[in-house]
Design a protein around this ligand. Sequence first.
Ligand SMILES: [Zn+2]
Length: 112
Amino acid sequence: MKGPLPLDLEGPYPLDWVDYFVADKEKPGTFILSQDGKIHHYIGRADSGLGDAIKEAARRGDYSFFWFKFAESPEEAFHTHCHLWHLFNPPHSPNHPTPPPGQDWKCRECEA
Ligand SMILES: [Zn+2]
């Protein structure tokens, strides 16, 4: 999907700047990776350590840009992940987000 971004995401920023913008090393959150800074190719989530998760995921594809949003808890990150996934239908992460092992949180948009 192309078009205006949700206002509560930060970015797009070049991936070289992850450490600068995602300075908190512990917090959970959600992120989007893009090859061109426009298309939302991959959407991911971290239950902690968002910056490292962005860099790890970025190594698996030819990405140049990212957006991110910190969350106050892994559960909040999960619901944001679901929301963005339904919104953008990311071509590189086609499977619906799943909660962490041991959690039975349900997506609020489709009850998956
Ligand atoms: Zn869903």
